[in-house]
Design a protein around this ligand. Structure first.
Ligand code: ZN
Length: 149
C-alpha cells in the first residue's frame, strides 16, 4: 500500500533555497530572525513579528511532535495518483518553537497517527537533487537514516 507522495522535483526560490541546500547536506535548518530570535517556517523575506530582514539558518535536531495531520485520499497532482492515500503531518520541533514543518510520517498507517505523538527526522533522498526531511516514530530503532548529530 503506497504511503508516500512521489515528489521528485522541488522549486526553490531565493528565500527557500538555503533550506533545500541544507537538506542536501542532511541538515535541517530553519530561518530565525536575528533581531527578535523567533523562528519562521516556511521561509519568508522578513520577520512577521518585528519586521526585520535579518536572518540566520539555525540547525534543528529534527525531534518533535505531530501538531496536526491529514490523510490525503484525492491526489493534488496527477503524479500523486499512485500514492494515495498518504499522510501529511505538521511537525512542531522541540528546538524551534513557533516553526512548524509540513512533511510526511514514514512507515505509518493512517490510523496510527495521533496529534502529539513523538517523531524524529528521517532523510529521504528521492533523487540526487532532492532530499526531503520526512519523519519516523522514534520506536523505529535501527534505521540507517537517523539524523546526523
Ligand atoms: Zn523578528
Amino acid at each position: 500500500m503506497p504511503l508516500l507522495p512521489d515528489l521528485e522535483t522541488i522549486h526553490p526560490d531565493v528565500h527557500t533555497a538555503p533550506f533545500w541546500e541544507a537538506c542536501k547536506r542532511r541538515e535541517l535548518r530553519l530561518q530565525r530572525c536575528t533581531a527578535c530570535g523567533r523562528f519562521r517556517q516556511p521561509p519568508l523575506p522578513g520577520c512577521p513579528h518585528c519586521g526585520s530582514t535579518g536572518v540566520e539558518w539555525t540547525r534543528s535536531s529534527g525531534r518533535g511532535r505531530v501538531f496536526s495531520y491529514t490523510i490525503v485520499h484525492h491526489p493534488a497532482m496527477p503524479s500523486l495518483k499512485g500514492s494515495v492515500p498518504y499522510n501529511v503531518i505538521v511537525v512542531e520541533l522541540d528546538d524551534a518553537p513557533g516553526a512548524r514543518l509540513i512533511s510526511n510520517l514514514l512507515d505509518t498507517q493512517p490510523g496510527e497517527i495521533e496529534v502529539g505523538m513523538r517523531v524524529e527526522l528521517s532523510w529521504d533522498e528521492v533523487s540526487p537533487d532532492v532530499v526531503l526531511p520526512r519523519f519516523r516514530r522514534p520506536s523505529h530503532a535501527g534505521s540507517s537514516r537517523e539524523p546526523a548529530s
